[in-house]
Ligand binder design. Sequence first.
Ligand SMILES: [Mg+2]
Length: 183
Amino acid sequence: MKKAIFWDLQGTLGGEAVADIDSFVPYEFSKDALSLAKDNGYMNIIITNQSKIAKGLVTFEAYEKTKNQTLEYFNSKRTLIDEFLCCPHQSGDNCSCKKPKTGLIQKCVKKYALDIGECFAIGDMGKNEIVMARNAGCGGVLVLTGGGIGSLYEFRHTWKDFEADIIAENALEAVKIIIKGKQ
Ligand SMILES: [Mg+2]
C-alpha cells in the first residue's frame, strides 16, 4: 500500500501562517524536504485551508495563480507534489474538508489506496494539522516555522487535548525525524 505526507502550505512549506495566499514564497529547505520524502516512498499531498476565499478576502483566481506557481517551482525538475488540495470554505459552511476535518485526506486515501497508519500530517498549527492527524489516524508533526511556536505555547489551549507525535524545527527536519523513526 502507498503512504503519504499531508503537508500544510503556509507557515510550513513557505510564507506566513495567516497571510494571504498570493504572498506565498517557498522556504529554501522545502524542496529538499519534499524530495527526501519522495526518496523514502512518500507521496506529497498539500492540503490548505483557504477560508479567505469564502469570506471574499481572496479570489479563487489568486489562489489558483499561487497554486500553479508553487507547482511549477516544486515540480519543474521532478514531480515533488502529487496533489494540491484546498478547502475554500469557512466555519459556518459545515463542509467536510476544512482542517481539522479529514474530508480531503479521506478522498486521497480512497484515490491512492493509502495506508493511513503509515501517513503523516505536517503543519504549523496544532489545532489544524495535529487535530486532523488524530481525526484521520495518521502521525502528526508540528513544525516551529510560521505559527508553530505560537501554536506550541501561546495558543496551546486551542489543541490542549492533543499531542504531536513529533515536534520539529522545520519541514526538512520533520522528514528526517520521520525517516529515522522508520529505520
Ligand atoms: Mg499553516
